[in-house]
Design a binder for this molecule. Structure first.
Ligand SMILES: *[C@@H]1O[C@H](CO)[C@@H](O)[C@H](O)[C@H]1NC(C)=O
Ligand SMILES: *[C@@H]1O[C@H](CO)[C@@H](O)[C@H](O)[C@H]1NC(C)=O
Length: 258
């Protein structure tokens, strides 16, 4: 345990002094439980050499990102491999591949998503943490080394345990722990109406408004996307940064209010 903690801090130091020109993601698991990150490249972008792996508590993994990558990273929780069938499944964020690698499949909602477009418009990296597809695990993105004064290059995410704040109607529970949410659905997923899903007559920024449910997410995590048109306060940009993606970030002064 002590060794794991030491290597974890070494990785953080490596992250801070990394001077290479390509973008690196350092994915850290500070949860007390194992998280299985999944990675999905956006349409027209090749899948990464890894599309899913396991990250023990206090473990970290550094991933060197291709230039102009776009896609998402999320955490899968409560995973295991069935001893009889060999199938790997997760209670939250499962990608349905039956393996640890997601191989081009996305996570099944609800799942907290870290979304990136590297070297997008104006050579900026665009990134956000989205709760539009619901929430399963606390997650933050902290940029490091971005060009000074360029973009809105700040930490974002949702460090709060929204499962414990999840309204009854949105809770995802497991049989073994009745009433305890392991994930929290979006109102769109729970109710499927155009109003909550920003579809049909509600498919514009003017007609799709925050709901009492998205408002609850927004209040808990002001910098995360809470519904489809929540762009104003939820998209961040950096130039030439590396990114620290943390599951269950410890509350710290710099992350308060995220
Ligand atoms: C992760 O934890 C499991 C179970 O405790 C252990 O068997 C495995 O070696 C650990 N992996 C790493 C990379 O530390
Ligand atoms: C493993 O899979 C079999 C066949 O689908 C199922 O009956 C069994 O309950 C599973 N075991 C566990 C521990 O989930």
């Amino acid at each position: 345990m002590v060794l794991a903690k030491v290597s974890f801090f070494l990785l953080i130091i490596l992250f801070l002094i990394n001077g290479s020109s390509s973008t690196t993601f350092t994915v850290v698991n500070q949860c007390s439980y194992t998280v299985w990150p999944g990675l999905l490249s956006g349409a027209g972008t090749a899948q990464l050499p890894t599309t899913g792996f396991s990250l023990n508590s206090s473990e970290a993994r550094v991933i060197s990102m291709p230039a102009s990558w776009s896609g998402r990273i999320w955490g899968r929780t409560l995973c295991n491999q069935n001893a009889t069938t060999g199938k790997f499944t997760c209670v939250t964020g499962d990608c349905g591949s039956s393996k640890i690698e997601c191989s081009g499949a996305g996570g099944i909602p609800p799942a907290t998503l870290a979304e990136f477009t590297l070297n997008g418009a104006g050579n900026l990296d665009f990134y956000d943490v989205s709760l539009v597809d619901g929430y399963n695990v606390p997650m933050t993105i902290v940029p490091h080394g971005g060009a000074a004064g360029v973009g809105n290059c700040k930490a974002t995410g949702c460090a709060v345990d929204l499962n414990s704040l999840c309204p009854e109607k949105l809770k995802v529970t497991v049989e073994t722990a009745a009433g305890v949410a392991v994930a929290c659905k979006s109102a769109c997923e729970a109710f499927g109406t155009p109003e909550y899903c920003c579809s049909g007559a509600f498919a514009t920024p003017n007609t799709c408004r925050p709901s009492e449910y998205s408002g609850l997410f927004k209040k808990a995590c002001p910098t995360a996307y809470s519904y489809a048109y929540d762009d104003g306060t939820s998209t961040f940009t950096c130039s030439g940064a590396d990114y620290l993606i943390t599951f269950c970030p410890a509350p710290s002064p710099s992350l308060r209010g995220i």
